[in-house]
Design a protein around this ligand. Sequence first.
Ligand SMILES: *Cc1c(COP(=O)(O)O)cnc(C)c1O
Length: 376
Amino acid sequence: MDFRTLCIHGCDKKFDCTGAVSVPIFQSATFAHPGVGRSTGFDYSRTQNPTREYLENIVARLENGAEAIAFSSGMAAVNTLMELFETGSHIIASDDLYGGTHRLFFNISIKKGLSFSLVNSLEQMRRSITPDTRAIFIETPTNPTMQVIDIAAVSQLAEKHRLLLVVDNTFLTPYFQKPLLLGADVSLHSGTKYLGGHNDALAGFLVVKDHDLAERLRFVNNTTGACLSPFDSWLIIRGIKTLAVRLEQQQKNAIQVAAWLERQKSVTAVHYPGLRNHPGYEISRRQASGFGAMISFALTDGETARRMLENVRIIQYAESLGGVESLITYPVLQTHADIPEEERKAKGINESLLRLSVGLESAADIINDLENAFKK
Ligand SMILES: *Cc1c(COP(=O)(O)O)cnc(C)c1O
């Protein structure tokens, strides 16, 4: 079945006998047993719920995974993953990470005795491997500077040293990029972003290609409890139905907006992997079928950046990304505020950098909005 069809008819609605076209929301915390020692397959909604199970099956199929596990947020997914590792384990991560992941690693996970090395090249990655290293965690394209990492190359290294490779696939989604087919063991999502797509629900996913790993993760999730609610599961199911068309159109808009930004005098750099001069353009072409709709750009100074944020009207100054509404954020004050200043500066995350999630409005209106904000 084609990806677009899977988004809509992902799997059988095996728990429904009414013919409901939309998956029912099983808003039940618990399920009655037909007899002693017997189960309908559902016992308690922390463990599993039919609406959530339907969603997990769709996400697993879209990512070409064996199983997907749904969480109450992307961060709950990352945190559950960290519970896999024993005290003393070392994890190598790309140095340009979603700020919340960085905050989790260096404030919570280190208290459990995990240690992290942040790297920005394959060579550094190779050199950072120690006998305690257990995993490599990357994001590509990275947030917010849009660097592209060669997943297959990292996967070769991970395989050679028997390390678990985790790829945060939030920015491109399986519509454009399938990390498990490129050698990753886990594809991670903030389902809050493109999968949900409407800025109305939080969700997270871990998609894995092996049932044993899924079972270990389900054990942690069932034990710690950060599971996705039936209603939010339904919102994400509904969002996924239009994933392909949304991403296709949002990418078209992003290409136009990026080209326009490149021509502006007050814009000193545009980071979008779909631009031919982007250092990750060739790798993107090879490992993904699209470039997505996230752009970051640098302005001449912080004053201009702040003026943009205050003067946009259609685009909203808000955290998050991936929804139908265009959103602009200020990484230095928002998503990446908790990253030490030195680290931030080294990566170019400064007062003049803005990140734009291009939505589904007309490209002309988005560009007009930016133009007006520049003029003010
Ligand atoms: C938002 C985001 C997360 C965290 O997800 P939440 O749903 O906000 O908890 C993780 N990774 C990336 C790349 C994100 O953009």
